[in-house]
Design a protein around this ligand. Sequence first.
Ligand SMILES: Cc1cc2nc3c(=O)[nH]c(=O)nc-3n(C[C@H](O)[C@H](O)[C@H](O)COP(=O)(O)OP(=O)(O)OC[C@H]3O[C@@H](n4cnc5c(N)ncnc54)[C@H](O)[C@@H]3O)c2cc1C
Length: 639
Amino acid sequence: MYEGGLMTECLKKYDVIVIGGGHAGCEAAAGSARTGAKTLLITHKKDGIGQMSCNPAIGGVAKGTLVKEIDALDGVMGVVTDHAGIHYKTLNSSKGPAVWGPRAQADRKLYRQEMQKLILDYPNLEVFEGAVDDLVLSSQSSVLSEVITECGTRFECKNIVLTSGTFLRGMIHIGKEKIPAGRFGEDNKTEKPANKLSESLMRIGFQLGRLKTGTPPRILKSSIKWDELDEQPGDAVPTPFSYIVDEVKVPQIRCFITYTNAETHQIIRDNLYLSAMYSGEITGLGPRYCPSIEDKVNRFADKERHQIFLEPEGLDSELIYPNGISTSLPREVQDKYVRSIKGLEDCVITQYGYAIEYDYIDPRELKNTLETKKAPGLFLAGQINGTTGYEEAGAQGLIAGVNAGLKAQGREPFTLDRSEAYIGVLIDDLITLGTNEPYRMFTSRAEYRLSMRADNADLRLTQKAIEAGFVGEVRQRRFAEKIGSLNKLNEVLQEVSLTPFQAEKHDIKINQDGIHRNGKQLLAIREISFEKLKSIWPEKLSGFAPKIIEQVEIQALYAGYLDNQDAEIKQFRKDESIKIPEDIDFFEVDSISTEIREKLNRLRPSTIGAAGRIPGVTPAATTAILVFLKKRGRTKKVA
Ligand SMILES: Cc1cc2nc3c(=O)[nH]c(=O)nc-3n(C[C@H](O)[C@H](O)[C@H](O)COP(=O)(O)OP(=O)(O)OC[C@H]3O[C@@H](n4cnc5c(N)ncnc54)[C@H](O)[C@@H]3O)c2cc1C
């Protein structure tokens, strides 16, 4: 590891330089390094690597599936969470596996430490402490690009991954107070914004937009009246996020719940004009689905109360994160409204809530590898692309880092489509639709969510990643073992069978249609459990691990539903497989409007499917493009 110093000559050459050690940056750096690319991570502070800017929690509905997918691609977020998770809960566990949302609250300090341990020791990866001020991009593949820090240290590389989070011209708002900063650090001090980097991006030709997000105040644990509050229990046995972690060994803690009330709402309403968000101080749009308490009170005026989860920030932390009341109201108003809440009457606020505004780049500037179209060799990931959330950032970081690494070595890109992964949905939404508010993932965004579940992310993705060459030995071995066990159990289930008459003898009621049903078909009947089948064939069905049994049960449960979806996926893949060459001028395509031509020329979709998903591009227009490509003999199928 280097320490930043005053230097002007070019220091060292790398295949890939990742800028920013947040959630996107850690996945990008590790991902690039796993491809074998010589990688450098430059970030403000080594000690800030893996810092959780806001809520110390990972996962949730859809977000949890993203973490499982990151893990399936041998990323770091799942493993680190399993070494720092202090309260695990599978959200929606009473519903079907397709909407299960694994979530874990982390010990903030432990998460950061575990991430640092991993990143600082990662093969092929070096870390440099410093602030990047400028990028000098090369337009020729034979000439390297340069990354220049504020001290004048210069590094050369083939590809750059920029993951600067909320730091680009970051501006913190607390009431009327404005503080130029990237965020508040864990030491309660502000971290400096990356203003010059914004200028550098504008010089390259990117237009920057503004977005905002917010965080709640933090509360001193000992000042809360815990006896008056209800407990929010976690899962009895925490289920690890990572497919290569067998057990969560971190001690588990208790969380509690409280609610806002009429008085809280009145205080907020009376002071709304003082909130940075409502006084016109902030121009950027905030996350609609993660609203501030001002927003909740204003937009959902008929709601009598809003829930607040009181989440300890760590095993030995004195801080409580009140999840659900992010705010940009002045400090004195925060004191007042927080103390109107049950259990918090005498509470001490240790850090006030704030909103932050920052620059982002329209993600329609990106290809599905997250490389910018305008500046080949420059990849973007995380909050800079208009998303919010650690999981969304990590997912993009992994794809950008892996592709930057693969490209540096002249290897084929690695991409995921909407039918393979939530990561594919996330990236496709961003690059085809863009966003003007912080984008977060939901299950409803994924058309094929019945097959893209949290439980099967490894079965969907790990083999593909192994073939692309960026999966470590441990995961490869564990994956092969799992596939071996799954195949074995499936074989046994196919061998055993019952007639309806035999089934009745075992107290299993099925149609008396004379049809032999094998174990898998029996398991697909909701009332028949694996345990029941095991009681019939104990010697054949014993000895399988609970995870393998659960997977086979889930597969059986969904088998019938997936037939219809498979047909839709086939059609989707057909359109997705027809590639549109990068040099097409859409103005040459007959029978489409000028407006559509302009849009297509600007957004440059890479496939017929992607073209069809651009708002305003009609089915007739995609047919016209197809005819045009065929006439010119330019239809090429993607492998
Ligand atoms: C106040 C606040 C509230 C938030 N609220 C929510 C929320 O409610 N829900 C939610 O899901 N998410 C929320 N988030 C967002 C969440 O923290 C981010 O989505 C996530 O951290 C983004 O990850 P990232 O890797 O893109 O950026 P970050 O985690 O911000 O990491 C950026 C990294 O880049 C480094 N860096 C930046 N510029 C430079 C430079 N020029 N040179 C070197 N290093 C640089 C920084 O030091 C940092 O390590 C909030 C964030 C903040 C700050």
